[in-house]
Each structure stands twice: as C-alpha cells, then as structure tokens.
Design a protein around this ligand. Structure first.
Ligand code: TYD
Length: 204
C-alpha cells in the first residue's frame, strides 16, 4: 500500500462517537496496526492551541471567525496527515464534513466559501471512509442534558437536527464512502459494523 487509509468519525455531539473511536483504537492495537489519531479542532500542537480558543466557554466569536478558526486548525494538521499517511493509518475525530454540517447546514454559512477553503488547504488528502454516528431526537435531547457545556452545547435541539440532516445529505452524495452508525443499535452491533468495515478496508 503506498498510502494508508484515512478513517474519519463524524456525528453531532452526544452520539457516542468518542466511545467507538476508543474501541477502534483498542482493536487496531490488538491487531498491531500502526496508526495516528487526531481530533479536530486540535491534533497537531498548533491546532490544539486553536482548539482552546474555539472551545472555551467564553468564546463568543462571530460565526465567520469560528469558521476561520476551524479551517486554521485543520490547516495546521495538513502536513501531519500527509506525512503520517505514508506509513500509518490515520484516524480523525471530525474533519471536513463537520465544517460543512455545523458551519454550512447549522450556521448557514455559504457552502462555496467553505469548499474554497478546503480546496486551498487540503490539496491531495483523500478520506478513505467515514463513520457517521447518528442519533434520534429523543435520545439526543436526553444526552445533551447530561453533557458538559462547551461552545456548541448551548445550541438548541433544532440546531443539532439541522446539522445531522446536513450530515445525512452528505452521505447521499457518495454512499459507498460512508457507514451510518445508528445510536439505536446496541453497542455490540455498532462495534461489529465498524470493525467489519475496517477489516474490509485493511483486507484483514
Ligand atoms: P468536542 O468537544 O471535540 O466535541 P465532540 O466530542 O462532540 O467531537 O467539540 C468539538 C465541537 O466543535 C463540536 O461541537 C463540533 C464543533 N465543530 C464545528 O462546529 N466545526 C468543525 O469544523 C469542527 C471540526 C468541529
């Protein structure tokens, strides 16, 4: 393999995405598959600095400033991803689709503007597969009540539904590039769904 896979985990807050990323990391370690795991915003050293700014409770940036910071945070990861993919699998907790879902579908920022930024910074980084974690309205409501408060947790339920609908629209554009991990399924079922797909991608 000249390039190793890039696997992305997406979904609105409270879908159990982090739980499954941790399971995948354990699985890869068990199989002795080398990987690097990045979370966005954050990842590289510089990107983590931007994360602090973005997710601080006192952040009341204008939505365009927010967009610029998410893009800046991603830009600071580009070199790291390009280098890593030559020798290791890359796991990314949120990537391009988060910005389209949250900033375009959620915050209603122009799609072409976001696309332009991505074209400028990403060059030839290609995502192999995305695991989109979804949740139904009732469960989302319940989970958001218990989640710690940060930047986006103050948004209401409708915002998150708009964002999730946006994510689902993205999957329709390229179905084979996505696995939808529905939170209504049991954890075991979800784990198997993800594991089977990874096995297929890695041919193991
Ligand atoms: P984080 O605490 O990492 O949440 P999670 O565990 O749900 O991933 O917070 C990341 C927040 O940033 C989350 O609310 C989604 C938001 N976000 C955007 O709005 N746009 C983006 O491009 C990215 C990467 C994240």
């Amino acid at each position: 393999m000249s390039r190793f896979p890039i696997l992305v985990f997406e979904g609105i807050d409270g879908t159990g995405k982090t739980y499954h990323i941790n399971k995948v990391k354990k699985y890869l370690k068990k199989k002795k598959i080398k990987f690097v795991s990045i979370r966005e915003p954050g990842g590289s050293k510089n990107s983590e600095k931007i994360r602090k700014l973005l997710l601080s409770k006192r952040n009341n940036f204008h939505k365009l400033s927010d967009l610029f910071l998410y893009i800046a945070s991603r830009n600071e990861n580009v070199e790291l991803i390009k280098k890593t993919v030559k020798s290791k699998l890359v796991l990314i907790d949120r990537f391009v689709d988060s910005t389209i879902a949250y900033q375009h579908y959620g915050q209603k920022i122009n799609y072409n503007l976001i696309n332009l930024f991505h074209k400028l910074i990403l060059k030839n980084i290609k995502i192999t597969h995305t695991f989109l974690h979804t949740i139904n309205r009732k469960n989302l409501n319940l989970r958001l009540k218990f989640k710690k408060k940060d930047r986006y947790d103050s948004f209401n339920l409708n915002f998150y539904h708009r964002v999730q609908k946006g994510y689902l629209k993205l999957t329709k554009k390229n179905l084979e590039k996505y696995t939808i991990v529905n939170s209504n399924l049991s954890n075991k079922n979800k784990e198997n769904l993800i594991k089977n797909k990874i096995n297929k991608i890695l041919k193991i």
